[in-house]
Design a protein around this ligand. Structure first.
Ligand SMILES: [Zn+2]
Length: 169
C-alpha cells in the first residue's frame, strides 16, 4: 500500500519530521494512520493491496469510506470480499471503497453500490446553492433499511456535494 507518508514511516510506525508535519497540519489524520496500518497488516495475506494508493478515510455514522487511487477499487473487492470483511470486522463499520479523481457519476455509483442509479441531476436552489439529486432504483425485496445519512455525509466530506436522494418506483 502507498500513501502520503514515506514507506519507512508507514512500516516502522515512527514518523520522521516530514511525515509528522503532515499529521500535525491535518493533511493526514489519526484515522488515516489507523486505517493505513490496518491495510498494511492485511498486505501479506492479500498481496493485491501492495498496489493500492490510500488517500484518506472518512468516518460517518457507522460507515467508513476509504478513498483510494483510480482503478484501485477491484484490488480491495477481490478475494471473494475477504478484505472487505476483514476491514469491517476490525473497524466495526460498514465499509465503502471510493476512488479519488473520478467524475461525480463514478463516485456516486461506488458510494451507492450495489444499488443502481437511475438518474443524477443538479438542482439550483433559490439561494443560489446547488444540490445533486440522485434517483435510485428501488430493489424489490432488497434491504429497506439502507441508511442514507452516512452516505450523504461522506459525499459532503469527500466531494463537497450536497445530496438529495430519491427512489424511482
Ligand atoms: Zn516519513
Amino acid at each position: 500500500m502507498k500513501m502520503g507518508l514515506c514507506s519507512f514511516c508507514l512500516k516502522s510506525g515512527i514518523l520522521c519530521q516530514k511525515c509528522l508535519a503532515k499529521v500535525k497540519s491535518g493533511e493526514i489524520s489519526e484515522l488515516d494512520l489507523k486505517i493505513a496500518r490496518l491495510l498494511m497488516s492485511l498486505e501479506e495475506k492479500y498481496p493485491s493491496l501492495q498496489n493500492v494508493y490510500f488517500h484518506k478515510a472518512i468516518d460517518a455514522d457507522g460507515t467508513l469510506a476509504i478513498v483510494v487511487g483510480p482503478g484501485d477499487v477491484p484490488r480491495l473487492l477481490g478475494y471473494g470480499g475477504k478484505i472487505m470483511h476483514a476491514l469491517g470486522d476490525e473497524t466495526g463499520r460498514n465499509i465503502r471503497i471510493l476512488e479519488n479523481g473520478v467524475d461525480d457519476r463514478k463516485f456516486l455509483e461506488d458510494l451507492f453500490a450495489p444499488m443502481n442509479i437511475v438518474t443524477i441531476n443538479t438542482i439550483w436552489l433559490p439561494d443560489g446553492s446547488m444540490e445533486t439529486r440522485v434517483i435510485l432504483r428501488r430493489r424489490h425485496g432488497g434491504r429497506q433499511s439502507f441508511d442514507m445519512k452516512p452516505l450523504k455525509d461522506i459525499a459532503s466530506k469527500v466531494r463537497n456535494i450536497t445530496l438529495r436522494v430519491e427512489f424511482a418506483d
